[in-house]
Design a protein around this ligand. Structure first.
Ligand code: ASP
Length: 353
């Protein structure tokens, strides 16, 4: 671990964007029912925030959105809020439901080109208004991370998820538990920081951008993407129907192990035919960790011969949003394939040849 700190800059200014999710719920003292918390009165309800000494402003989605209902429009809205306030704040904290937080964080990492300020996502498994909430700690530490500066520069200028003591690169995360406080993991990239008594940053793992380039936002996303999860015995009709979906441009195919799939001729020829029509099929593994290596087994080589491209060690969340982003830029299938072969913002690791 390098670069310690709790690096505080007095009066750092933070914009807290509440999009929805469990974290924003509070128990109505009269009825006992869970209701949305009013973030306009955040400091009255969370006096702890005053002690941090930062200038925290809030923006609340109206109505708050359960993250199961988040998608490209919600992502665009968050990007527009960040871009519209970019010069006014040192950092941004996005409160978001945990269910699809990894998709939103992945999408934003592509949509906010040249980001040079922290965008820290957090949420909670228990509402902020209940006694045993994990929300308060997640929120307070996320604000500290968004405000952390060293030599006048932000310590973590990336789209990240902070949850249960760990700061992770957003486009490397997946939600792995529906109940535990420790709900997110990044299996293929190390944590960017651990929050214990102090917050210890691993600055060797954090991406530091070229500061002279201005923030550039990309709002266009193409929804014509599908996920095809293979399982032993999957029927040809299912695959045929998915690949024949009108308008479909990209498929994230979840394969076995290091990128393997059955070698059946009907399957390989369906893929070859779809690739021939301009579909981009990206191979990611169903395993939680590790990378696709299509040359390792014959079952992977067949996919390569059919024109399937490697997703390397990408999460499904990152591959889906990257395809939405690339096709949203109006790129041709060949150009999309080229970009799937590169790490745009640290979302994949390409092994040395
Ligand atoms: N269903 C909620 C959501 O994702 C769960 C949560 O906030 O953790 O919006």
């Amino acid at each position: 671990m390098t670069g310690n700190t709790n690096t505080r800059q007095e009066k750092a200014s933070i914009l807290l964007i509440y999009t929805g999710g469990t974290i924003g719920m509070i128990e109505n003292p009269e009825t006992g029912a869970l209701e949305s918390f009013n973030f306009q009165h955040l400091k009255d309800n969370m006096p702890e925030l005053k002690k941090l000494g930062y200038a925290v402003s809030t923006y609340q989605f109206d109505p708050p959105t359960d993250s199961a209902e988040m998608g490209p429009e919600g992502w665009q809205k968050i990007v527009e809020i960040i871009a519209g306030n970019y010069h006014l704040y040192d950092g941004f904290v996005v409160l978001h439901g945990t269910d699809t937080m990894s998709y939103t964080a992945s999408a934003l990492s592509f949509m906010l080109e040249n980001l040079s300020k922290p965008v820290i996502f957090t949420g909670s498994q228990l509402p902020i208004g209940v006694l045993r909430t994990d929300g308060k700690e997640n929120l307070i530490t996320a604000i500290e991370i968004a405000a952390a500066h060293e030599n006048g520069l932000p310590v973590a200028p990336e789209v990240c998820i902070f949850f249960e003591n760990t700061l992770l690169r957003g486009n490397r995360t997946r939600k792995i538990n529906a109940d535990n406080f420790n709900a997110f993991r990044s299996y293929n990239y190390p944590p960017l920081a651990h929050a214990g008594v102090t917050i210890k940053y691993d600055t060797t793992q954090i991406y530091y951008p070229e500061l002279r380039k201005p923030l550039k936002t990309h709002l266009m996303l193409d929804r014509n993407i599908a996920i095809l999860k293979l399982f032993p015995g999957i029927s040809p009709q299912i695959i045929e129907n998915i690949l024949a979906t009108p308008g479909l441009k990209g498929v994230v195919m979840e394969t076995f192990g290091s990128g393997n799939a059955p070698r059946d001729e009907w399957f390989i020829s369906m893929l070859r035919e779809a690739v021939g029509r301009g579909l981009v099929i990206v191979n990611v593994t169903q395993c939680v960790g590790g990378s696709v290596e299509m040359l390792r087994y014959e079952t992977g080589q067949k996919l390569m011969e059919a024109g399937v491209v490697s997703g390397y060690d990408s999460t499904t969340e990152s591959a889906v949003t990257k395809l939405m982003f690339l096709f949203g830029q109006g790129l041709t299938p060949e150009e999309v394939k080229e970009h799937m072969n590169c790490s745009l913002i640290g979302e994949i690791t390409i092994p040395d040849k």
